[in-house]
Design a protein around this ligand. Sequence first.
Ligand SMILES: *[C@@H]1O[C@H](CO)[C@@H](O)[C@H](O)[C@H]1NC(C)=O
Ligand SMILES: *[C@@H]1O[C@H](CO)[C@@H](O)[C@H](O)[C@H]1NC(C)=O
Ligand SMILES: *[C@@H]1O[C@H](CO)[C@@H](O)[C@H](O)[C@H]1NC(C)=O
Ligand SMILES: *[C@@H]1O[C@H](CO)[C@@H](O)[C@H](O)[C@H]1NC(C)=O
Ligand SMILES: *[C@@H]1O[C@H](CO)[C@@H](O)[C@H](O)[C@H]1NC(C)=O
Length: 504
Amino acid sequence: MILYFLFLLASSSAQAATDCIPRQFDHDSVVCVCNATYCDELGPVPWPVPGDYSIITSSRDGLRFHVEYKVPEIQATPDAIVVQVNHSYTRQAIMGFGGAFTDSTGMNIATLSSGAQENLLRAYFAPEGIEYNLCRIPIAGSDFSVRPYSYDDVEGDVDLDNWALAEEDLLYKLPMILRAQELSQNPIKLFGSPWSPPSWMKTNGKFNESGELLKEMWQPWANYFVKFVEAYEAAGATLWGLTTQNEPLSGFDDSWAWNTCGWTAADMRDWIKGNLGPTLEAAGMRRLKLMVDDYTRDTLPWYIMPMMNDANSSLYIDGTAVHWYSDNWVGPWVMDETQSLYLDKFLLYTESCAGFDHTGPYLGNWQRGEDYLHSILENSNHHSTGWVDWNMALDMIGGPNWAFNFVDSPIIINAEMDEFYKQPMFYAMGHFSKFVVEGALVADSSVVGSEALESAAFHHPSGPTIIVLLNTGEETLNVSITDGSEDFLNFQTPAKAFQTILYP
Ligand SMILES: *[C@@H]1O[C@H](CO)[C@@H](O)[C@H](O)[C@H]1NC(C)=O
Ligand SMILES: *[C@@H]1O[C@H](CO)[C@@H](O)[C@H](O)[C@H]1NC(C)=O
Ligand SMILES: *[C@@H]1O[C@H](CO)[C@@H](O)[C@H](O)[C@H]1NC(C)=O
Ligand SMILES: *[C@@H]1O[C@H](CO)[C@@H](O)[C@H](O)[C@H]1NC(C)=O
Ligand SMILES: *[C@@H]1O[C@H](CO)[C@@H](O)[C@H](O)[C@H]1NC(C)=O
């Protein structure tokens, strides 16, 4: 009877999930090819029936969201690598996973036929896809735009009479956001981040290079935020949050090639308590989560301390936004330190991408997927409440980018062929975003007996445990998960693999 049941379950899930159409470029793994009429899908979450558990695997050797169901055993496999889960030690609640609706993302998606556009947005947002729920929106231009611009480029217009959304919002960003919202089963939390104020509001009169906001522009710039929220919400894109400035310390670098604005920590503190905070409050926008820093770990915690230690600016701040670009040389303990200093503020990874060292896209590169999974695992275990990727879709050279800062993305679009390619990074994101839903609590987990295996464990809000594993090694591992109960989850983790385990 049980076997019959399992058979039914396996065959119904085989109908829901569809296969990856693999294609090898010049890297060690494959991309999955999607077009106007076909795209591989995982389908709904493959929950096991009670008494079983499910294992979802992706591997360098070609598995993509491969689903298996197994029955727990009463002993560990001899000599297995043990993953210990401690349910009684829980930490932060997850807010979500997602990517950014950059101008370039929208413009690239628009180069596809309508069928392929639909398949791409379904892949990220629909119940058959990986169900992103937390997405970032650049407020006007970033480097991932085809031109530098703001929403008011009329010099000296301090009353913002000429303020207006750009063609990029109306033609690309908003239509994609609205369609994503329709496809998604749950509301998508959207947060805006500015790269640069209008150049005339700045000390250097430029969007890029070294320049700060002129003191007399502190209030007009706060009013500009309110106009952004009002305009997006009027168009149907409800905001959940804001960051005060993307990468504020880059705005003190004379050679910074794209949109930025320099803020010292003391100025940021004074602007938040004197201008931005009260202005958002007066506009009825204190419901928005306000995040500071929006830069790399090497700024933690010193850069945020003046803002957080001043009660009058801290009042308006909900959390700290972090980017991954210094993670190779600054360990995750700065996340722990920051959390312990400010227990009532959350930490959230808001931007990361591969290929930022001017290498652009590597089609099918497994290491870049591994880098994503490693970062999400590590930061989940160090207080991050989620992980937001950078561009959701780039072209074959990793652009467009007006400042020639070409990078990689989980989806690369080949407009000429009307195809798009789902990279290993896409599946790395999905191993979390599909399963580790909003409200899941991070539980304690540790790996005994292997340097190659990394883990994170979560409690789904409706009860089940979710364990995500990364095997960076070249060997298949016998793994045994134990939580101190009578059930041992014994299975194999292939070489170079991502796994999500769902256990009722
Ligand atoms: C789309 O992809 C499917 C599956 O690979 C293929 O059968 C079909 O021919 C493709 N369509 C076009 C127009 O290339
Ligand atoms: C699990 O975590 C709790 C709370 O931190 C701790 O008291 C307990 O010793 C842990 N159990 C194991 C088996 O490590
Ligand atoms: C700053 O932007 C201008 C175009 O607006 C460009 O000509 C210049 O090279 C950029 N600066 C740097 C350092 O790249
Ligand atoms: C905070 O605001 C209160 C009330 O306006 C004021 O009395 C106090 O001096 C302010 N503190 C700082 C550190 O600015
Ligand atoms: C994994 O377990 C199987 C038996 O279940 C055994 O044959 C194999 O040698 C084990 N592999 C390792 C690397 O321990």
